[in-house]
Design a protein around this ligand. Structure first.
Ligand SMILES: N[C@@H](Cc1c[nH]c[nH+]1)C(=O)O
Length: 398
C-alpha cells in the first residue's frame, strides 16, 4: 500500500537549471542553429565538436578561477576531477594547441553546442544552455576582431533579430589606469568585479577605501559612464595620460573603422565599462543587447594569453551567441521564426498498410514531409488525427 502511494506521488522533474525543448521550441532551436552553422561555414569557419566533459585542470588553465563556483564537477574512476564544460573557448584553445599545431594560421573554427554553469535559473539563464560561437586563433590584428564583431552582427540578423546593439570596450583601457596606481591585485579584482556587475555604489565604496588619489577615483568612477560614439573616444583619450589606455582607444578606433567598411557600424557603440566576466580577455571586448532581455545575447573578445597556457604562442579572438536567449528575444519581440506547417498525414483502413507504405515512400521521394499512421483508422478518425496533429493535408488509403 505504502509502496503504491509513493509511486503515485512521484513527480519526475528535470534537474535544477535544465529544461526540455518541446517540438515547437526544438524546431525553432534547430532552425536558428542550422542558419548559424550555414553562416559560419559561408564565412570560412570549420566546425569542431569537443567532449562535454574536460579535466578540471584544463578548464582552470583556460578560464582561471573565475568560474570555479559555477562549475559542475565530479570524479572519474581514477579519481581525476572532471568538469562539465562551462565555456567553449577553453576546449577550442585546447584543441587548437594540441591537435592543430603546424596547421595554416589563423585557424577559424566554430561550434554549436551546450555548456554548463551553475547559475540562479531564470528565463534565458539556465545551468545548461546552448551557444553558437566562433574562434579565430593565430591572429593578433584588429582585422580579426572586426571580422568577429561583424559576424556577431550577421548572426543576430540571420537568427531573425532586427533590433539589437553591440557595446564595444577594451580591457586595457582600465588596466592602463590601474597599473599606474599602487592597487593590490585584490583591489583591482574588486574594482573589475564591481564594473562587471555594474555595481556603481559598490564601486564607489571600494574606491573610497583604495587610497587612490581623488582624480584617479573620479576617473575610475566615470568609466562605466563612458559610452557613446567616436566623440566619446576622443573625450576618453583626453582623460588618460598612460600609453596602455591610449593604445586601447586607438585599437578601438581601428576596429570601428573596419566595421564601417563591413557596413555594420550602425549596430556598434563604444562602452568602456564593458569588461566581461572572464579573466582571459586581453583586448577588445563586446556584448550584444536586444530589447526585452536584461542580459547580453552574445559576447566575446580578444584573449591573447590563453593559447600560450596550452603551449601555443598566438593571439586569438572570438564570440558566442546564446541560443535560448535568441529564442526568448524573438518570442518577446513577437517575431515568429518558424514555418509551423506540417505536410501530409496518411491514414489507412485495415489491409491497406502495404499500399499506404508505398504511398508514403513516393510522397517523401517527391520532397513532401509525411507522417504515416501506425494503426488502421476509419476515414473520420484519420481526418481527426490530421487536424489534431496539425497536418495540412490528409491522404486516406482504402
Ligand atoms: N566563451 C565566451 C565567448 C567568447 C568566445 N570567444 C571569446 N569569448 C562566453 O561564453 O561568453
Amino acid at each position: 500500500m505504502f509502496l503504491f502511494m509513493k509511486q503515485h506521488e512521484f513527480v519526475p522533474q528535470v534537474p535544477y537549471g535544465t529544461r526540455d525543448f518541446l517540438p515547437r521550441e526544438a524546431s525553432q532551436k534547430r532552425a536558428v542553429e542550422g542558419a548559424l552553422a550555414q553562416l559560419f561555414a559561408n564565412w570560412g569557419y570549420d566546425e569542431v565538436v569537443t567532449p562535454t566533459i574536460e579535466y578540471l585542470e584544463t578548464m582552470t588553465v583556460g578560464v582561471g578561477n573565475d568560474l570555479d563556483q559555477h562549475m559542475f564537477k565530479f570524479f572519474d574512476k581514477n579519481n581525476r576531477i572532471l568538469a562539465l564544460r562551462p565555456d567553449m573557448t577553453t576546449p577550442m584553445a585546447r584543441v587548437a594547441a594540441t591537435r592543430f599545431k603546424g596547421s595554416p594560421s589563423p585557424m577559424k573554427l566554430f561550434y554549436i553546442t551546450n555548456v554548463f554553469r551553475y547559475e540562479q535559473a531564470q528565463a534565458g539563464r539556465q545551468c545548461e544552455f546552448y551557444q553558437a560561437g566562433v574562434e579565430i586563433m593565430g591572429a593578433s590584428e584588429p582585422a580579426a576582431d572586426a571580422e568577429v564583431i561583424a559576424l556577431a552582427v550577421e548572426s543576430m540578423l540571420k537568427s531573425g533579430l532586427q533590433k539589437f546593439q553591440i557595446g564595444l570596450g577594451q580591457v586595457d583601457f582600465i588596466n592602463g589606469i590601474m597599473e599606474q596606481s599602487e592597487l593590490s591585485l585584490v583591489q583591482r579584482q574588486q574594482i573589475k568585479h564591481a564594473m562587471v556587475t555594474r555595481d556603481l555604489v559598490g564601486l564607489g565604496e571600494i574606491l573610497v577605501k583604495s587610497g587612490l588619489s581623488q582624480s584617479d577615483q573620479t576617473l575610475l568612477k566615470h568609466i562605466p559612464l563612458l559610452h557613446g560614439r567616436e566623440d566619446m573616444l576622443k573625450q576618453a583619450y583626453s582623460m588618460v595620460t598612460n600609453d596602455k589606455s591610449r593604445r586601447a582607444l586607438d585599437n578601438l578606433a581601428n576596429i570601428y573603422h573596419l566595421l564601417e567598411n563591413y557596413g555594420v557600424s550602425q549596430y556598434v557603440d563604444f562602452d568602456l565599462g564593458i569588461i566581461r566576466d572572464f579573466e582571459y580577455y586581453t583586448g577588445m571586448v563586446f556584448e550584444g543587447y536586444t530589447p526585452g532581455l536584461g542580459f547580453p545575447i552574445c559576447g566575446g573578445g580578444r584573449y591573447d594569453t590563453m593559447l600560450n597556457s596550452f603551449g601555443m604562442n598566438c593571439g586569438a579572438t572570438g564570440f558566442a551567441l546564446g541560443i535560448e536567449r535568441v529564442l526568448l528575444a524573438l518570442e518577446r519581440q513577437g517575431i515568429d521564426g518558424t514555418q509551423n506547417c506540417k505536410g501530409i498525414y496518411i491514414g489507412w483502413n485495415k489491409e491497406n498498410l502495404v499500399k499506404a507504405i508505398k504511398q508514403a515512400d513516393t510522397l517523401r521521394d517527391s520532397g513532401c514531409s509525411v507522417e504515416l499512421a501506425v494503426i488502421p483508422e476509419s476515414c473520420a478518425q484519420a481526418k481527426e488525427s490530421q487536424k489534431s496533429k496539425g497536418y495540412e493535408k490528409l491522404v486516406y488509403v482504402e
